[in-house]
Write a new protein. Structure first.
Lengths: 140, 173
């Protein structure tokens, strides 16, 4: 019990009425709770959370992989096709480099002109083509 | 708090303190079903090894039940309304259930601060000093709450039905 020194003087000697009422209250007993789960159920309860979390993470990963694959599509043949024009561009860029054109202009102006014609036919749109952009625009 | 509690240790604590803790949780929550859930949560945590063995089990368990019950109430974000709860958590052998339900109803009418002190002292067999430690209050405050709670409870129970002595003697052995 608590230290009598700390108690209010009135508290040191609860009256008889309080004692009787306390005894009356104590004649009631708290009901026993339902039993705790057994070991087996406890294991299930303990691992249920982590199992659900693992399944959720796995589902998210699978969905992410599927959506990534869907967005990328079949890759190998396209990759090869993308590489080809890149090589051509580098070649054209080499052909029209300022240094190369300067050398040609000094040494052989006629060849420079032929070179420019060749490069422009590759880089610029073909206005004479039936499906060219300018042709289409002029038709409208 | 050193080694992990064994399953048998927890079962023993549950057998020894379960009923008093259930009464306390029910007094805080007002629903005996929710009180049992709270009680199981506390003991499942003990079984899960999240806590070591308490050096003084009873105050420790009451504090754990109190914290879990208050969290439970907050998470539900609702006021305690015990009117629909017909499950008894206070019983008296060889007595009509009405007496227990009437006592529960009277307890509900006490302010929660007084109610929890009365339940801990009367049915939890805790000293006022132990209660003061659990609630982090001074012993004088706890003693006052107990005294006022007890008197108010007596008034509620005796109120319209007759003299105080008659009610106590009528219900007592």
């Amino acid at each position: 019990m608590m230290d009598p020194e700390m108690m209010d003087p009135e508290m040191k000697d609860p009256d008889q009425e309080d004692r009787e009422f306390e005894a009356y209250l104590r004649s009631f007993q708290p009901r026993s709770p339902r039993p705790l789960p057994g070991r087996g159920k406890l294991l299930v309860l303990r691992w249920r959370g982590p199992a659900i979390a693992t399944a959720a993470v796995a589902a998210v990963l699978i969905l992410a992989l599927l959506s990534l694959r869907h967005a990328t599509g079949p890759a190998p043949s396209n990759v090869a096709r993308v590489e080809t024009p890149r090589t051509t561009n580098i070649s054209i860029a080499e052909q029209v480099s300022l240094g190369r054109l300067s050398v040609l202009a000094n040494q052989d102006p006629a060849r420079l002109e032929a070179q420019l014609d060749q490069v422009s036919s590759k880089l610029l749109p073909d206005v004479r083509s039936g499906h060219g952009v300018l042709k289409t625009l002029s038709a409208e | 708090m050193a080694a992990k509690l064994r399953y048998e240790d927890v079962q023993e604590l549950y057998r020894e303190h379960g009923a008093a803790l259930l009464a306390y949780a029910a007094a805080l929550l007002g629903e005996s079903a929710a009180a049992e859930d709270v009680l199981h949560q506390v003991f499942l945590k003990l079984l899960g090894g999240r806590f070591g063995p308490p050096s003084n089990a009873r105050p420790y368990l009451f504090r754990a039940v109190r914290n879990t019950a208050l969290n439970f109430r907050r998470s539900r974000a609702r006021d305690v309304s015990l009117n629909e709860d017909q499950l008894q958590w206070l019983v008296r052998p060889a007595e009509a259930v009405d007496a227990g339900l009437a006592l529960q109803q009277a307890l509900r009418e006490l302010p929660i601060e007084q109610r929890e002190v009365v339940v801990m002292h009367v049915w939890g067999a805790m000293t006022l000093e132990e209660i003061a430690k659990v609630l982090e209050l001074s012993a004088n405050t706890v003693a006052s709450r107990y005294r006022y709670g007890l008197r108010k409870l007596r008034e509620i129970m005796q109120g319209p039905r007759g003299a105080p002595g008659a009610e106590v003697n009528d219900g007592g052995e």
